[in-house]
Design a protein around this ligand. Sequence first.
Ligand SMILES: Cc1ncc(COP(=O)(O)O)c(C=O)c1O
Length: 389
Amino acid sequence: MTLKTGRGAEAPPFIVMDVIAAANARAAALPPSAPGILRMEVGQPGSGAPAGAVAAAVEALQSGHPLGYTEAFGLLPLRERIARHYREHYGVTVPPARIAVTVGASGAFPLAFLAAFDRGDRVAMAAPFYPPYANILTALGMEPVLLECGPETRFQPSIAMLEALDPRPDGLVVASPCNPAGTMLTPEELAATARWCHARGVRLVSDEIYHGLSWGTVAESTAAAVSDSAIVVNSFSKYWCMTGWRIGWLLLPEDLVRPVERLAQNMFISAPHVAQVAAEAAMDCVAELEAKKAAYARSRARLLEGLPKAGLDRIAAADGAFYLWCDVSHLTNDSVQFTARMLDGAGIAATPGVDFDRTRGGRFLRFSYCGAEAAMTEAPERLKAWLGR
Ligand SMILES: Cc1ncc(COP(=O)(O)O)c(C=O)c1O
């Protein structure tokens, strides 16, 4: 007898994971003398957590402390440290009571979506977009509404696009800097979007996971500074280089604090205790993290100079994060096949755009430049040779 499977089981794969597997297999099959694979598919910093975070974790592990569950919203010292970050970085005062420590930003999304929306609710977002936004919403019975964005709006949603939606959505997810395009909303645009949402009862979810990684073209601003009703999502995975530690946070509006707390108690109990200790320490590792950031900046500059010479000259404004979103429509309309050929022919792993944009993704690639700096210097040369430039 065939048993029923739930709607959540229909979530599409995150194709980048398949690219990672293909790149691993190709790297393993290469003879030791062959040039290695340049890894530009993965959206995680090439280096691990900062030394101060690791030291704090080791100390906690050796202390004999049981490291059991924490409160559902996390350890108070970490929440206070995050509140201090808002004061120092953005000049915004937020009470630790509105901060919920989560299992990465990924753990924050279902909490936020379940607290803010009902089954059937429509939640808008730019396309291209980070696939789990839409896949989690769909798994929860909510409906992602995709706004096709292009270079004219830096691949970000505009008020005009929101105004044109009929019926009006129940929510809006924005990310600035965003993944995959690496583009940002200006502080004025974010403020106007937040005001538009608040005035119309549209719940804004602002994914700020790439804050700390912007390159001076657009100023960073947080939705928390301009909206009392927005939900802010952030994480230690990117700027703080702690992907595997699985610590993120939500900055919640008053009306969602207790609902999210109840959901978090039931769904996760708490984020990992030792990782919370490490995350708090990471916030003081400024010099080490700024050195990593400077390396990304150098890689970005090399690619922005070298890729156009290799024929990849249609690159989205690279305001932040560590991605370049390249329009390769002059080379292919099948980015999955193109990235497979590029892996074989040039030894470069990148992510096909179809992961991020269901209709136009065949014509785009995402290059990630948070890996080894030497790889980012070599990539344009390899591409030039492979594309016969
Ligand atoms: C835009 C965006 N949001 C959220 C996440 C999830 O991050 P975390 O590791 O904190 O779960 C990612 C990871 O790549 C991302 O790119």
